[in-house]
Ligand binder design. Structure first.
Ligand SMILES: Cc1cc2nc3c(=O)[nH]c(=O)nc-3n(C[C@H](O)[C@H](O)[C@H](O)COP(=O)(O)OP(=O)(O)OC[C@H]3O[C@@H](n4cnc5c(N)ncnc54)[C@H](O)[C@@H]3O)c2cc1C
Length: 319
């Protein structure tokens, strides 16, 4: 295969979505000599592995409000994680299990490290994909990008919307996947809560809670992240975030048995497409004739590792 160099906004591959799937795919293509540009609508690395920082009384407090930790079972992914560990951007977090890893100092750290070696355009939302002769044109606000191939690595619902016109068969595949929402609450307390570092429940309104400040590489204030169950998240889907935060904090105290205290900081974030009902076995999809591909956790398994494996699988199909 002959790769052409980048010229302005032309690249061999445009990857839409710089989450774990998109960056894993782009890294592999780039390692094989391709000119790759990644577009992501977010302000910086994260996707659903996002980290947020706030200033509270002159102290920086961080939260991982999306993915909480990841496991590494596939040998290729384990090798990638070992590389992140050696680079100081991932560490084990035994509180979540013997096989649990987190990004350091935030969950997005491995993504930041991957993005640094790539041409990633943050804050660029792909709005329209147009097949233009043998090339693809991607319209993104005032900018316009052209590439021989376009690889879409966004949640299924967003892929279905983006691809409805230019690739209806791929849009139909994505439209068959429904994702569960998740409300995430971020709370800071003046004093440590008398609780273990993690809490999980299969049945209650709070599915997960963790002392974020106890993860490796975090320090400072007593910061907690609380995730509502899919059912509770659906019930509160369109409520104002202030009300959701108060409601889920009360759920958290009731579920854990911790004595209720007023938080020094309280906020909530709604993940509309948090966890997909995965399409087993597909891995990734590539239409070589039309130069278009799909990756994402929803094509593999609804986890960080699944997203990475899907991105790698798409790069393998392309190469
Ligand atoms: C609340 C929550 C808890 C979770 N907990 C865990 C966990 O504990 N362990 C675990 O392994 N996994 C967990 N997950 C799942 C894990 O985060 C995902 O499986 C994984 O991060 C998905 O990666 P991805 O690249 O497929 O998608 P994403 O991370 O969603 O990346 C897609 C990217 O595409 C960008 N994008 C979307 N549309 C456009 C567009 N039109 N133009 C440009 N960019 C666009 C987005 O900004 C985003 O950065 C959790 C997820 C959530 C939300």
């Amino acid at each position: 295969m002959r790769w052409r160099g980048m010229d302005g906004h032309f690249s061999d591959f445009l990857v839409i979505g710089g989450g774990m799937a998109g960056l894993a795919c782009a890294s592999e293509l780039s390692r094989n000599g391709a000119a790759v540009t990644v577009l992501d609508k977010g302000r910086g690395p994260g996707g659903r592995m996002a980290a947020r920082r706030i200033e509270l009384a002159g102290v920086t407090v961080s939260f991982d409000h999306g993915a909480q930790y990841f496991t590494a079972r596939d040998p290729a992914f384990r090798a990638a994680v070992a590389g992140w560990e050696a680079a100081g951007v991932a560490a084990r977090w035994p509180a979540a299990g013997p096989d649990a890893w987190v990004g350091v100092p935030g969950m997005n750290a491995p993504l930041r490290a991957m993005a640094q070696a790539l041409d990633v355009r943050w804050g660029v939302r792909a709005e329209r994909l147009v097949r233009n002769g043998a090339l693809w044109r991607v319209d993104a606000g005032k900018a316009c990008f052209t590439a021989a191939q376009v690889l879409v690595a966004v949640p299924a619902e967003q892929a279905a919307m983006l691809l409805a016109e230019p690739a209806p068969e791929l849009a139909a595949l994505a439209a068959g996947v429904a994702s569960a929402p998740c409300w995430a609450v971020m709370a800071v307390f003046a004093a440590p809560l008398v609780l273990a570092d993690t809490f999980r429940s299969e049945t209650g309104p709070v599915s997960w809670a963790a002392r974020n400040s106890a993860k490796p590489g975090r320090a400072g204030a007593e910061a907690w992240v609380i995730h509502a169950s899919p059912q509770r998240s659906r019930a509160l889907l369109d409520c104002p975030k202030e009300r959701v935060a108060e409601t889920l904090l009360a759920d958290f105290f009731a579920a854990t048995g911790a004595a209720p205290v007023a938080p020094a900081h309280l906020d909530a974030h709604r993940w509309l497409y948090a966890l997909p009902a995965a399409l087993a076995g597909e891995g990734a999809r590539h239409d070589a004739a039309r130069g278009i591909g799909l990756a994402g956790d929803w094509l593999h398994s609804p986890r960080v590792e699944g997203a990475w494996l899907s991105g790698r699988a798409l790069a393998g199909l392309v190469l």
